[in-house]
Design a protein around this ligand. Structure first.
Ligand SMILES: Cc1cc2nc3c(=O)[nH]c(=O)nc-3n(C[C@H](O)[C@H](O)[C@H](O)COP(=O)(O)OP(=O)(O)OC[C@H]3O[C@@H](n4cnc5c(N)ncnc54)[C@H](O)[C@@H]3O)c2cc1C
Length: 433
């Protein structure tokens, strides 16, 4: 991994849980083995444990939250994939309705979990979806109706003209959809709180235990350099960090990279000016700017390259330039940290769950396409149903085909750049430009 994007994050510097898990140095026998200690692995384990399946081992190659889960914007957004219409031809009108309902469970699952397990994760309500022009305003009016239909009890309002400043302190937007059901969360503390809850129910977690080899069969054997786990079922939950160990699922996604900065601590007045709702934000362009304030009065601001895929050499300067376009009055503010990470994208930008064609006891989850904090909580609930007793919604979600991405390693820059250009162009017709 590139050191530039692998540098210290806001999350690592403000971690509240001092959890340490051992290296796997034994041969274990369990019901379910899970590879990957991010939201996907931990959430699926917790869901299974709550169903009474507690003989589970999670193997994480580095430390919990090493992947996207410890690097993201912490945005708790509504929805699941980027554009549900793309899956309509596979699931039909009725299937789409079911998935639309599922897709709005996310923030509620996070809230309930935080309450149930008393997790200290700075969850704040308040989200702003932002637009720059009349086309985007029309799109946001459509979202307003959709959101109100599925969340009738939430405060959801559209602001235009000078009223936009009631939501966000910037002159660049012409419209803002405020959704108080969404918000933001300290994703690493959420993950660690969930991990603590899972271990409390009997789940075993191992860190610094990179899986090197897997043997499939009616029982699966997973090996690390110092131990092994035999299990009835297994789950691949490595997302953008899979590195080809399981070729069937590896070829179904491609990584692009996103980057973030963290400012110094700002005054209460400045935070109030930036974010009267103390919330999280993203504009609705195909390639978004996303940002939020933190409990310590910092601004986290992130984005990805809009057209041509590359990793900027100076992440602080690159992100600062974007931040100043939105908030020019932050020009004297010090940027303390910047980091990045891979967004594991599927061809239709919809998360993938399923099992391997020849091995129905081997499951996988991946491809959140940059939108995984809330979706992982939804998807892993459904996935845990599939791994345990089975469910109609698991059958529905896993029936969506997952296209192979040819040349994902050899032609990555070209493929991602072409994908971004396509995404940007088609975004115009979807009212997002
Ligand atoms: C910079 C950035 C910003 C983002 N911003 C947002 C946002 O604001 N909102 C949002 O919704 N989403 C965002 N995302 C996406 C979101 O963070 C991810 O979709 C989500 O965290 C994925 O969780 P995961 O558990 O599937 O994968 P990860 O958190 O990436 O975890 C995978 C884990 O698997 C482990 N692993 C890999 N191979 C092995 C192996 N062989 N053996 C053992 N362990 C292994 C890795 O070490 C890693 O810890 C962002 C992502 C990035 C990188």
């Amino acid at each position: 991994m590139n050191n530039n994007i692998d540098s210290l994050t806001y999350y690592a510097t403000t971690k509240k849980y001092d959890l340490r898990f051992p290296i796997l140095k034994e041969d274990l026998d369990v019901d379910v083995v899970i590879i990957g200690g991010g939201f996907s692995g931990i959430n699926t384990a917790l869901e299974l444990a709550e169903k009474g399946i507690t003989n589970i081992a999670i193997l994480e190659g580095r430390h919990l939250g090493y992947g996207g889960t410890g690097r993201n914007g912490g945005q708790v957004m509504a929805g699941i994939g980027h554009d549900l219409e793309v899956i309509k031809r596979h699931v039909g009108e009725k299937g789409l309705e079911t998935i639309f309902k599922i897709s709005n469970l996310g923030a509620g699952i996070i809230r309930d979990r935080i309450e149930k397990y008393n997790i200290d994760a700075d969850l704040c309500r308040g989200y702003g979806y932002l637009g720059f022009n009349q086309r985007q305003e029309k799109t946001l009016r459509g979202w307003l109706k959709d959101f109100q239909a599925v969340s009738p009890d939430e405060e959801i309002e559209l602001y235009t003209g000078s009223d936009v400043k009631k939501v966000v302190g910037s002159d660049v937007y012409t419209c803002a959809l405020k959704h108080m059901g969404g918000g933001h969360v300290h994703s690493l503390n959420l993950l660690l709180g969930e991990a603590k809850a899972a271990t409390g129910l009997g789940v075993k977690i191992f860190e610094n235990s990179q899986v090197l080899n897997v043997e499939y069969g009616s029982r699966v054997t997973v090996r690390t350099s110092m131990g092994s786990v035999r299990a009835n079922k297994m789950l691949w939950a490595c997302n953008g960090f899979l590195n080809g160990l399981e070729p069937y699922i590896y070829k179904k996604t491609i990584n692009t990279y996103a980057f973030q900065l963290m400012t110094e601590e700002l005054s209460d007045d400045l935070i109030e000016k930036i974010s009267p709702i103390r919330g999280a934000y993203s504009d609705i362009r195909p390639v978004i700017d996303y940002y939020r304030v933190t409990n310590e009065n910092r601004l986290l601001f992130g984005s990805t390259t809009p057209f041509i895929e590359h990793i900027p050499s100076d992440l602080k300067a690159w992100n600062r330039h974007l931040m100043l376009k939105v908030f020019p009055y932050l020009k004297d503010v010090k940027i303390e940290l910047a980091w990045g990470g891979p967004l594991c994208c599927s061809a239709n930008l919809f998360p993938q769950i399923g099992s391997l064609p020849q091995h129905n006891n081997v499951f996988y989850v991946q491809g959140y396409s940059g939108f995984g904090v809330t979706p992982s909580h939804i998807v892993c609930k459904v996935l845990a149903e599939g791994i345990s007793e089975g469910s109609e919604r698991y059958d529905l979600m896993s029936s969506i085909p997952h296209a192979n991405i040819i040349g994902k390693d050899t032609l990555r820059h070209l493929m991602v750049s072409a994908g971004k250009i396509w995404h940007q162009t088609s975004g115009y017709w979807k009212g997002r430009r």
